[in-house]
Design a protein around this ligand. Sequence first.
Ligand SMILES: Cc1cc2nc3c(=O)[nH]c(=O)nc-3n(C[C@H](O)[C@H](O)[C@H](O)COP(=O)(O)OP(=O)(O)OC[C@H]3O[C@@H](n4cnc5c(N)ncnc54)[C@H](O)[C@@H]3O)c2cc1C
Length: 275
Amino acid sequence: MTSALRIKQTLPAASVTVVAEQLEDTTSHCAGGLWKPYTLGDTPPELVNRWGCDTLDHYLGLYQSPEAPAAGAVLTSAYQLFRQPVPDPEWAAVVPHFRHMSERERRVLDPEGSHSHGWFYTTVITEGRLYMGWLVQQLAAAGGQRLAQRVQAIEELAEHDVVVNCTETVVLGGTLGPGDWDTTPREADRQRIFERACAVLPSLRSAELVAEWVGLRPGRPSVRLELETVHLKSGSSKASLPVVHNYGHGGAGLTLAWGCAGDAAQLVQEALGRR
Ligand SMILES: Cc1cc2nc3c(=O)[nH]c(=O)nc-3n(C[C@H](O)[C@H](O)[C@H](O)COP(=O)(O)OP(=O)(O)OC[C@H]3O[C@@H](n4cnc5c(N)ncnc54)[C@H](O)[C@@H]3O)c2cc1C
């Protein structure tokens, strides 16, 4: 959705259609939406930093705008604890209020003292369900279309000038289990997650369980964002099709979406320029 919107913004005259098997209740709809670069394998850190910062600027702009309630953009402060000292992240310079946690703060959140290092920072949450709804509205207002359809082969899209591929092939489970496709909530995982959360926030013990959901973090060794010329099977209406790949964002899809979609829109422009 973000790629479609940014392409429409970059090339207003282009006809843009999102073709997706599932238009609602995707992983993106269910994501918490915390901005924090995470689980990105071999993706070069400088790219993660550029995409992430571009996306953070977009979310901060939304947060400061009248669109904030519709887009679900709110500020939140976060603590992140580590068992061993770690270097500061690349993005320490761009999030508001980044600093190391004091010993006293660590003791409050971790009375057993099993974490010797921690960060505090302020970031943005764009709740997936609200933000996806906002994207759909923005795309419709810009004249983009949506089509609910499963694509089995790239040849089905041969009538289009450029295809942007944002679907997935490799998946990590919600508990970061590589190759785990099971979307049934598991009691053992639920207990482990709950116990770890309660260790930091004991008042959670009396919280009511409202719903359980298992999502897949569509990841791969590194984000794939590139332009490829795909040769189509004989009998297709054309010999080849430019395909812009933009997928594999793992546990940080909402964190990188706007920045990656900006690069995808540039590649679409490049592909159209080559014709
Ligand atoms: C529990 C959980 C919490 C998360 N929290 C955060 C967070 O706080 N912050 C953050 O940045 N990220 C978070 N993530 C990660 C984030 O949700 C993902 O990185 C992001 O949603 C991936 O977006 P996507 O568009 O690649 O995939 P999806 O949202 O899954 O969209 C893929 C689309 O492709 C369509 N599709 C697939 N195959 C086909 C086909 N053959 N034909 C047609 N359509 C097809 C699907 O129907 C779907 O519409 C979380 C993930 C999980 C599971």
